[in-house]
Design a protein around this ligand. Structure first.
Ligand code: GDP
Ligand code: CO
Length: 416
């Protein structure tokens, strides 16, 4: 893949946010010699050859969260995941009256068999999985009925935990409702390209879609931004400007569902519930690792010493996904605002601006709109040994597809 060298940076303490990178070539070819990616340093274009992408993808798990999506779309998404990645499928689909999860699991089984690659499929509401989190020290994830809470953030936490047990060093997320399988491949190659370029153990890659096509009056319109991402990004940029003292428009991926993290970073974040998860990651990173915490804890000190890099890539493929209407759109707009408003380091002026924005939206009950967002403890609190042994005890509810070698255990830390 050939993409912009990440040279524009915003610095906030130990955090570096890189400006949007453009993709110039989806397939950039191999070159003489083992690895010419060093060639690209110092120029405006980076070349990350195919073998370098694969080397990262062999250490990467891709989590696909899915809730009642059309099977056709989901199957297309699977086909777009590069072969070397480990597939982790986390479903919250209905099981009654039609067992949609069983159909999804069959699709994953076929996909892994035909392509001779490993995979894992779980249902988020399976009580055994909840029991494993309770036993390993994270009861917060479990509700009173004894199952993991519903929500996309919760599905990500479960997916990351499984990826960690499988020994993955990177974990990425792609939505299951995507109409364009080729775009999935592009996202995941972009993840790998930037992890190849990353210079710290704590890194993150977020995708910005070039366009989100919609049918308007019978014709395709390739619109650039959604209203939600526009607001989320604007306020994240205001926060960053407030913290650094310099105006910026660097943040372009506040609501990126398609994103990836190094495992070292993923296990330290306090993920937020449901659709609040993506913007809240950035807010937490600025708050904890941006150098404004008066007395940082041991993790914060470690991350700040090593540095944290956040990459953003604008992909070429259009993002064509299911239009589910506006139900959670308003919610997503509000969470970023609430998250920023609740920060200790948020200035009174920025708080005023957020309140004005919400009033402008016609929201009168500001206390409810700005209530603190529920977050979970970081996965690093888990006792991984007891988590893994609980998982193997409930193995009937954690379906493994062990190919090409059926005798392997996918959920052990030695990857292929
Ligand atoms: P949007 O793209 O921002 O409109 O959000 P979507 O509704 O498409 O959700 C993003 C992805 O998360 C899709 O693949 C959903 O099927 C999936 N998803 C949403 N909620 C849940 C959940 O509670 N559990 C799981 N496992 N997946 C979910
Ligand atoms: Co979607």
């Amino acid at each position: 893949m050939r993409l912009t060298h990440p040279y524009q940076t915003e610095r906030l303490g130990a955090v570096r946010v890189f400006g949007l990178q453009h993709v110039f070539e989806l397939e950039s070819g191999a070159v003489d010699g083992d690895d010419d990616s060093a060639l690209s340093w110092g120029t405006t274009v980076c070349h990350v050859p195919g073998p370098a992408l694969q080397a990262v993808q062999r250490k990467m798990a891709i989590v696909v969260p899915c809730m009642n999506e059309r099977l056709r779309l989901f199957e297309g998404v699977l086909s777009g995941i590069p072969h070397d990645c480990l597939l982790i499928f986390v479903s919250n689909s209905d099981r009654d009256p039609v067992d949609r999860f069983a159909m999804e699991r069959d699709a994953v089984a076929r996909f892994c068999l035909f392509n001779q690659r490993p995979g894992v499929a779980v249902h988020q509401r399976e009580p055994d999985l909840a029991a494993a989190f309770v036993a390993a020290g994270m009861p917060e994830l479990v509700d009173t009925s004894g199952t993991i809470h519903s929500g996309k953030g919760e599905a990500m936490i479960l997916g990351i935990a499984l990826a960690r047990v499988a020994g993955a060093e990177y974990v990425g997320f792609v939505d299951a409702d995507n109409y364009v399988p080729g775009s999935v491949a592009e996202y995941i190659n972009a993840f790998a390209a930037d992890f190849h370029l990353a210079q710290t153990p704590y890194s993150m890659v977020r995708i910005n879609w070039k366009s989100k096509p919609k049918v308007v009056d019978g014709a395709l319109q390739f619109s650039r931004f959604g209203r939600v991402s526009e607001t989320t990004d604007r306020f994240l940029n205001l926060l960053l400007s407030h913290l650094t003292g310099f105006g910026t428009e660097a943040i372009r991926t506040g609501n990126a569902g398609e994103h990836a993290m190094s495992m070292a970073l993923a296990v330290e974040l306090h993920f937020a519930t449901g659709f609040a998860v993506e913007p809240c990651e950035l807010i937490e990173i600025f708050e904890r690792f941006g150098g404004t915490v008066p007395e940082p804890d041991a993790i914060e000190v470690r991350v700040m010493r090593a540095g944290l890099e956040a990459f953003q890539v604008e992909t070429l493929n259009p993002h064509f996904h299911e239009d589910k209407g506006d139900s959670h759109v308003q919610e997503m707009r509000q969470v970023a605002l609430a998250g920023i408003h609740n920060l200790a380091s948020c200035s009174p002026r920025l708080r005023d601006e957020i309140e004005r924005e919400l009033r402008h939206d016609g929201i009168e009950d500001l206390d409810t709109a700005l209530a603190p967002i529920k977050t979970y403890p970081p996965l690093s609190v888990l006792d991984w040994e007891s988590f893994a042994s609980e998982l193997s005890r409930c193995s009937t509810n954690v379906t493994q597809f062990a190919y090409p070698d059926p005798s392997t255990d996918v959920l052990t830390t030695t990857r292929r």
